[in-house]
Design a protein around this ligand. Structure first.
Ligand code: ZN
Length: 139
């Protein structure tokens, strides 16, 4: 079992990702500060999480695109009774359209609102890894 490390002002340890050949470009991009999603060349729909086949039309003509990092809170909840202290889980709707499950960090939990503008930040994962996880903070 690896030792968990404190992560700046985000003390809740996040497990490093299980990287597959399909998801490797995504996680490698995260390390360079880029959030990727997929765009379907057949039907034109963007999607997240990234998949080789479009979840709307099942075509395999998907391509990687970089998200702007801007979005709004679509839904959220604050988990207040946790051993690591409170944290917020949210669906963030990216400016490009897809919604992603993530955490809202560096925020006043009582001030979070649906529709609130947020921006992308990356938080280091726990343990002996250089992996980072995409999260959001108030914009
Ligand atoms: Zn499609």
């Amino acid at each position: 079992m690896s030792e968990t490390k404190a992560v700046g002002d985000w003390p809740r340890p996040v497990s490093p990702p299980i990287v597959s050949p399909e998801s490797k470009p995504f996680w490698e991009a995260c390390k360079t500060g880029k959030l990727l999603y997929k765009h379907c060349g057949a039907c034109g729909e963007p999607h997240y999480y990234p998949r080789t086949h479009c979840p709307f039309c099942y075509a395999a003509e998907t391509e990687w695109r970089e998200a702007s990092g801007r979005g709004v809170i679509y839904a959220f909840t604050v988990v207040r009774r946790a051993p690591t202290g409170p944290y917020a889980i949210a669906y963030v709707e990216l400016e490009e359209g897809p919604r992603m499950v993530t955490n809202i960090v560096r925020c006043d939990f009582d001030a979070l609102r649906i529709g609130q503008a947020v921006r992308l930040v990356f938080q280091p994962c726990a343990g002996d890894t250089d992996a980072v996880a995409p999260m959001f903070e108030p914009a």
